[in-house]
Ligand binder design. Structure first.
Ligand SMILES: [Zn+2]
Length: 335
């Protein structure tokens, strides 16, 4: 077994001639990989719709592509895309059968793909000398994620447990809410994706704390349908929890010359979460769920009542689970 101190990431070229996944010089086997896969764009008619970049400019989904070698594109990623396409078409139960690592890989491809694209786009597209939206020094923060993404191509094991959280929810599909929603957040290192009656949130390097805390919430919900408003509150809560993390995870990587022997990614230490401040959380909640507050004519004074009460669609003041129907009306109180 050979221990390594740094991944291929440190030496990887981040230009249009090198594969975003395996990092190799593509030469004559250059292709482009859609960050948001074609099946997804077709299913939700996203091609000409836009998504927002870090500099607040917009880009059409169809133009969100990254350089990818033919091997990664047509073999490894194609297999992954087929599996996620099938499972998300079949519904919540089928998606629950998919290995969390596969959902991590799929979500990471999108999250990392967007960032990789932002490395090559100018902050100010009218100025040839403008720096890129994302600086390559900032990109260094995504080394570990890129390494875990290699599990798309090669077997990987986590001897001390997976260092991420994958949360899957069964959702109502109200007629006044669109069928597709995507949001990423670099502060919390987390993304949410809502595909019709399925939603999932991936926190990429949270030491699995959200799997333990908010995973428990979903275990209580036990597969019953949540309203998208509840799913969005869950996302805001996870972003805030990740914002409070005040320790970095360290990883020990070990790989063997024989590529068939799994790469080992061991987590050293654990994640510490700082003290929660309800007013601060309310501000996060306000920002990330503003659409819902506006739709319900709520002001910040309705959302946060000093000294420490924050409105919630997930649980009531007695910490009882709230279930909502498709119209957002409360239907049942448990426990
Ligand atoms: Zn490749």
């Amino acid at each position: 077994m050979v221990s390594i101190e740094s991944s291929q990431f440190d030496h990887m070229q981040l230009d249009d001639h090198h594969c975003f996944l395996c990092g190799k010089d593509m030469g004559s086997c250059a292709t482009e990989e859609h960050v948001f896969p074609k099946w997804l764009q077709s299913r939700y008619d996203l091609w000409n719709q836009t998504t927002r970049l870090l500099n607040e400019t917009k880009i059409q989904y169809k133009n969100m592509k990254v350089p990818c070698c033919a091997g990664c594109n047509n073999e490894d990623l194609s297999k992954l895309e087929n599996e996620i396409n099938e499972a998300t078409s079949a519904g919540y139960e089928a998606l629950m059968q998919v290995d969390d690592l596969k959902l991590y890989q799929w979500a990471a491809k999108i999250y990392y793909g967007i960032l990789r694209k932002e490395l090559t786009l100018k902050h100010d597209r009218t100025d040839m000398n403008s720096p890129s939206i994302l600086a390559s020094t900032d990109f260094q923060h995504f080394k570990m994620m890129h390494f875990i993404m290699q599990s798309i191509r090669k077997p990987v094991v986590f001897p001390s447990g997976a260092p991420y959280s994958v949360l899957v929810a069964n959702l109502h599909t109200p007629s006044n809410v669109g069928n597709f929603d995507f949001r990423d957040n670099m502060l919390g290192h987390v993304i949410k994706i809502r595909l019709g009656n399925i939603g999932f949130i991936v926190a990429f390097e949270d030491g699995a704390i959200n799997e333990h805390s908010y995973g428990n919430y979903l275990r209580k919900v036990a597969g019953r349908k949540l309203h998208p408003i509840q799913f969005d509150e869950l996302f805001a809560r996870i972003i805030y929890q990740n914002f409070l993390i005040d320790s970095q995870l360290n990883f020990v990587l070990a790989m063997h010359e024989d590529e068939m022997i799994p790469i080992s990614i061991d987590v050293v230490g654990s994640v510490r979460v700082g003290e929660r401040d309800q007013k601060e959380f309310a501000e996060f909640f306000w920002e990330f769920c503003n659409y819902w507050f506006e739709a319900n004519d709520l002001t910040f004074d309705d959302v946060f009542k000093p000294p420490n009460l924050v409105v919630s669609w997930m649980s009531d003041v007695n910490d009882n689970l709230i279930l909502l129907d498709e119209n957002g009306d409360r239907v049942k109180e448990l426990e």
